[in-house]
Every structure is written in C-alpha cells, then in structure tokens.
Design a protein around this ligand. Structure first.
Ligand code: ZN
Length: 293
C-alpha cells in the first residue's frame, strides 16, 4: 500500500470535542501513546512505539493529541519537549519519518504520519495569525483557540499536485536542483488559491517545462506529513514532445519509454539514473502507468 495511506483509526470526531470523554479515554488502562520527539516517531524495532501511560511516564504537562480508536482502543500522540538527548532511552529509537515509513507496517505508518503532522502543526501555530496572542490547544488537538480575539485555528492540509505527463508510450520525468543525485521523478507543485486541480497541473507543467497538455486525469492521493501536504497524483496527456526546462525550478528533464521505466523500476539498469523510492506517490504513478496498455 502507498505509504501514509489506509489509516485504520476511527477519529471519533463527534465525541472527541467532549473534554470529559477524552479524559476518560486517556485514563483507560489500555490507552496507548505514540511519543514524537523532534518530529520523529518512536519505533520499537520496526514497529510504532505505542506505549502505555506508565511506560512512557506520561505527565499532565505533556501535550497529548487524540488520534482515534483502533478497534475501540484509544490511541494518542504525545509531543515530547525538544531535549538535546533523546528521551525514553532504552525503550526504542526515534527515527526520521521517511526512514520509519520504509519499515513500519502500513497502518502504523499512516498513524505515525497523522501524529507527526498534527504535532508539527501545533509547534508552528503557537501564536494567533489574526492578533498575535498565544493560542491554546482545544478539541483534543484538532483546533487552537485564541484567548485574545476569539479566533479558532484548524490544522492545515496543503494540497500539492504531482503529475506524470505522457505522450503515447513515453512519459516526461524531471529532476529538481535539490533532488538526490541522479534522481528523476514526476513534477510537483503547491496548488494556489482559486485553482482547480486540473488548472494547477497545467500551470505547473507550463512553468517548469513549458509543456502543453490536453487533458488531466486524477489518479490517487497521499497524505505527506512533511509537514502537512496532501499529494494529489495525476496524469497529464501532453500535446507534443516539445519542452523547455525552467532553470529556476528544474535542472533536467527527459522522456522515458515504458520499457525503460519498467526496467528502471525493476533495477535492471545501473547507470546512475534513479527513480523515486517506494514511499513516494511518484513511484506509484510510474508503476501504474507502465502497466497500462
Ligand atoms: Zn487572536
């Protein structure tokens, strides 16, 4: 399954805004807590480090965020203070989210992504965007309230279009200046206000490679918790093979045939050119495309 998708939790959105209900869930003996430290989830071996309150030494000053119910069992994320040394020594290891995504079971990867995204949002939204006063977490972590002006702030999700342009048996892939060496991938960019998905795809391809496309088709989406994107995977049918890279955004681009993409995905060509790894939706766009007739 695509990383960060398939979250199995019942988010209990009707109940979670009731502080009494949340307190009762948190006090349950079977409640589990996923500690996050410096944006890294705790892993125990290759599993998510879901700990009991006693095991993780939960104290009232720690911020907890309700993640949801897994078969009735409550799960919370806990933001640990930014200490220099990793806390909870001996219980597990805090691992970068991208590295964790490579080893975690699908459901736990989605849960850890949800936890990281929410905790990042709290860290970055401590002050009211309207009046500048310090805000307070509310609604079990799904809102921040401003005591200064009464504004309510909600966790953000930033839509990003990611698209694979193709023409017949070839697709166009590019590499950004900050990509790992040799890496080519689908094109991507943040959506802007007042745009449809299709318009954003067309604009980004125009800006990055001056490529004209006739049609855009949505394929699949992926939560991408770095820190709060939603990747919207699309295919775009090109009008011609002509393109011109915009050096500000793209270092290189090249057409690849289906046979070439297939061989590269299978690791059969070792010439330093790489395609995206299994965690990324770009790889799904490529692997799905080579399977179509
Ligand atoms: Zn305010």
């Amino acid at each position: 399954m695509l990383s960060f998708t398939g979250n199995p939790l019942d988010r209990a959105s009707a109940e979670r805004s009731d502080p009494k209900w949340i307190a009762a869930q948190q006090a349950r003996a079977d409640a589990l807590f996923l500690p996050i430290w410096q944006a890294k989830p705790l892993l125990v071996g290759d599993r998510a480090g879901l700990l009991s309150a006693a095991m993780m030494g939960l104290t009232p000053d720690m911020q907890t965020i309700f993640l949801g119910l897994r078969d009735g069992q409550p799960l919370f994320a806990v933001a640990l203070p930014d200490s220099e040394a990793a806390p909870l020594a001996g219980l597990g290891e805090f691992r970068e989210m991208r590295a964790a995504a490579l080893v975690l079971p699908d459901a736990e990867c989605a849960i850890a992504g949800q936890a990281k995204s929410l905790i990042d949002w709290h860290h970055r939204h401590r002050f009211c965007a309207n009046c500048g006063a310090q805000t307070l977490a509310a609604d079990s972590g799904y809102r921040r309230d401003c005591p200064g002006c009464g504004a309510q702030h909600f966790p953000r999700t930033d839509p990003v279009v990611i698209m694979l342009p193709f023409l017949g048996e070839e697709c166009l892939v590019g590499r950004g200046a900050r990509f790992p060496e040799g890496m080519y991938s689908a094109f991507a960019g943040f959506m802007e206000p007042g745009e449809t998905l299709e318009e954003a795809v067309k604009r980004e391809l125009q800006e990055e490679v001056s490529l004209a496309v006739s049609s855009v088709r949505y394929h699949a989406s992926q939560p991408w918790p770095f820190p709060s994107s939603l990747m919207l995977g699309c295919y775009a049918e090109a009008v011609s093979r002509d393109f011109q890279i915009d050096a500000q955004e793209i270092e290189q681009a090249r057409w690849m045939t289906k046979a070439e993409v297939r061989a590269r995905l299978a690791g059969e060509i070792q010439d330093g050119i790489k395609l995206p790894g299994t965690v990324a939706i770009a790889r799904m766009l490529l692997s799905n495309w080579v399977q179509t007739r």
